[in-house]
Design a protein around this ligand. Structure first.
Ligand code: SAH
Length: 268
């Protein structure tokens, strides 16, 4: 966990800069889609918002909130109240400041907490959303059980996350390893296994969408954007670190089995 906390304490600022406050990949119509990374990142948030059937004043937990942009969009678009959690103190500071700046601090707040042991009572949320965060979990099933515990009966969950679309070719094994270790991807499974874990946690799957083709262009675009923002990254990681970071995204783009999916579920 400390590796993940450190990574986000150190790199949230420049990464959030690339995605205008989003620390997740983007949704592109195809490889020729000219959307910026920030536009595409907001579109991915829209995709997830569309899969979270909550209404005004519902309480939503954002598991792995980053610097808060998705939560602010969720609260702004749907009028819900959001509590975001992250294991990066640096993110919590930036996110709470963003909520104040957006005039949403009465509805949206962020606090340090570990998703493996959520500091909330049973059945205390109407909705939970986990945007590109569950792959960081040392034990994803345990995190899903915690999510199910804090959801009320009938409460809803939506997830955006990496998945692995089958076994990789031998020549891609190193790129996959680098993608996983460089990005802190502790848990990566196929879609069917992900769905089975959601069910094991006591939740009923309501939708599952493989959006790998729409998200894949993000890898090369992110590598390009990091190169363009090298001045922001260099002081934090040095030339060798920066080269490796860019390389990891570029190589990940060439591995067809690195996929991305959206899931929605309901607690019965
Ligand atoms: N959802 C945000 C951030 C995604 S980055 C966005 O889309 O912009 C992944 C997030 O998961 C980071 O905020 C990181 O701190 C958080 N995270 C990783 N492991 C966690 C854990 N064990 N408990 C809570 N948050 C965690």
């Amino acid at each position: 966990m400390t590796d993940i906390s450190q990574m986000y304490d150190q790199l949230s600022d420049p990464f959030a800069g690339l995605g205008a406050g989003n620390i997740h990949l983007g949704y592109f119509d195809g490889p020729d889609d000219a959307a910026t990374l920030a536009e595409a990142a907001d579109r991915l948030t829209d995709q997830l918002i569309a899969r979270l059937p909550v209404v005004r004043d519902h309480r939503v937990l954002d598991v792995g909130c980053g610097v808060g942009k998705p939560a602010l969009r969720l609260a702004g678009d749907l009028g819900v109240r959001v509590v975001g959690v992250s294991i990066s103190e640096a993110q919590i500071g930036i996110a709470n400041e963003a909520a104040r700046a957006a005039g949403l601090a009465d509805r949206v707040s962020f606090r340090y907490a570990d998703a493996m042991r959520l500091p909330f009572p049973d059945a205390s949320f109407d909705g939970v959303w986990a945007m590109e965060s569950l792959h960081h979990m040392p034990d994803r099933l345990q995190a899903l059980r915690e999510i199910a515990r804090v959801l009320r009966h009938g409460g809803v969950l939506s997830i955006a996350d990496f998945v692995q679309l089958g076994p990789v070719r031998e020549q891609d094994e190193e790129a996959l390893r680098a993608f996983r270790s460089g990005g802190g991807v502790h848990t990566l499974t196929g879609i069917a296994e992900y769905e089975a874990e959601i069910a094991d946690a006591g939740l009923t799957l309501t939708s599952s969408s493989d959006i790998s083709a729409n998200v894949r262009p993000s890898m090369v675009r992110t590598a390009e954007a990091i190169r363009g923002a090298a001045d922001a990254f260099l002081p934090l990681m040095g030339e060798e670190g920066l080269r490796r970071l860019i390389d990891n995204f570029e190589r990940a783009a060439t591995v067809p089995q690195i996929g991305y999916a959206l899931f929605a579920a309901r607690r019965s």
